[in-house]
Design a protein around this ligand. Structure first.
Ligand code: KG4
Ligand code: ZN
Length: 350
């Protein structure tokens, strides 16, 4: 019987406020989140001070809601997990201070979690409609793609993560959002590009695939964004509007080709059979279908967690936290926020 059966998890590292109750098996008993996209859209990107302030308004009501939805009393919670790195300092402070206050008042252990470990463990989460594929397990190859990060990892085991490649400049989500902005869409515009791409011709215009012929597993998306800007400046408004679906489909194809190309290169190098696609950009329909086709062709087990566990969420922090608490770890009440990873978070320096 595990010592920790149900923990409360808090995620406030960026602009999403999320709270969840997760059990020792990684089952998500309840999860509630508050999205701030509208508040940041006006500025074309995330404003750290607005993010922190919104967390202070939304966090505690979410805790009350999530405990209620789980049909629990707060004293039935055995521990508190909170993202303490990396992230926006002000945003992290709100989550950490609340987590510490709850842990102290309930007299239960606290555990600080590396946000990226959460993303990597998300495929192991379960709920009424999702369970991981049967053969999926450590060691696995992971592609984490969001607005803030785009990296390839090997997850050898709990706490043993290796970075094997990453973007040298922009994240793939950032490239989607910047191109969307060039086209005049609101932040974050990735999903708009996905929608407009439906029915468009992905071969209409050839955008550069950054570092695709490079043998390393690193990636680059900033050249693609500049090429996008130059291309849009070179055509008329009329031409742009007429061919918007194909322009979006072509840009999307360049990003997806780069990501799936690097994933294949990583597979050829490490030959792992379990693969994870995660992060907010995994919502992209073309990335999902191309990655699935690739995995089927190579007879690999692909886990793509449902979107609610791919974007920033507290359940993934909960599974990382409860697994660590159950193997005897906990954090000190002096724990603070860190803008970056700890050296010990990854088994290699990158
Ligand atoms: O993981 P996430 O919710 O937040 C972080 O950045 O950490 O990822 C958000 C990113 C944004 O860049 C957004 O435009 C992108 O994911 N995104 C998409 C799609 N849905 C979200 N990009 C392309 N196609 C989509 N369907
Ligand atoms: Zn994230």
């Amino acid at each position: 019987m595990p010592k920790f059966n149900k923990i409360l998890a808090i995620e406030t590292s960026c602009d999403d406020t999320s709270v969840a109750v997760v059990d020792a098996k990684g089952f998500v008993i309840s999860m509630e989140a508050a999205n701030q996209d509208k508040d940041h859209a006006l500025y074309g990107g995330i404003v750290p001070e607005i993010a922190s302030r919104n967390h202070t308004y939304t966090l505690l009501p979410l805790v009350t809601r999530v405990i209620g939805k789980a049909k629990l009393q707060i004293k039935q919670i055995d521990g508190i997990a909170v993202t303490n790195r990396p992230g926006l300092i002000g945003a992290l402070i709100v989550g950490i201070t609340s987590a510490k206050s709850l842990a102290m008042s309930l007299n239960i252990p606290l555990i600080g979690v590396n946000h990226l470990e959460g993303h990597l463990l998300a495929p192991f989460l379960q709920d009424d409609t999702y369970t991981p594929p049967a053969e999926f397990d450590f060691p696995f190859l992971a592609l984490a793609v969001s607005g803030g990060h785009t990296s390839l990892y090997i997850a050898h085991d709990l706490g043993k993560y290796e970075i094997i490649g990453r973007t040298k400049d922009d994240a793939a989500g950032e490239a989607f959002d910047k191109f969307a902005k060039i086209l005049g869409f609101e932040f974050p515009g990735g999903v708009k590009i996905d929608q407009l791409s439906q029915g468009g011709d992905p071969e209409y215009f050839h955008f550069p695939r950054g570092m695709i012929n490079d043998r390393s597993l690193d990636m680059s998306f900033s050249g693609m964004k500049s090429a996008g800007l130059r291309y849009i400046q070179s055509i008329s408004e009329e031409e742009k509007n007429k061919n918007i679906n194909s322009i979006c489909a072509s840009f999307q194809e360049a990003i997806v080709d780069t990501l799936v190309g690097k994933l294949d290169l990583a597979y050829k190098k490490y030959r792992l059979k379990s693969i994870v696609l995660t992060g907010g950009v995994s919502a992209n329909s073309r990335l999902r279908s191309k990655t699935l086709d690739w995995a089927n062709k190579r007879k690999l087990t692909l886990a793509v967690p449902p979107l609610r566990y791919c974007t920033d969420n507290a359940a993934m922090i909960g599974i990382a936290g409860i697994r660590r608490l159950n193997r005897g770890e906990s954090s000190d009440m002096a724990m603070g926020p860190l803008p970056d990873y700890l050296k010990s978070d990854f088994i290699n320096e990158y």
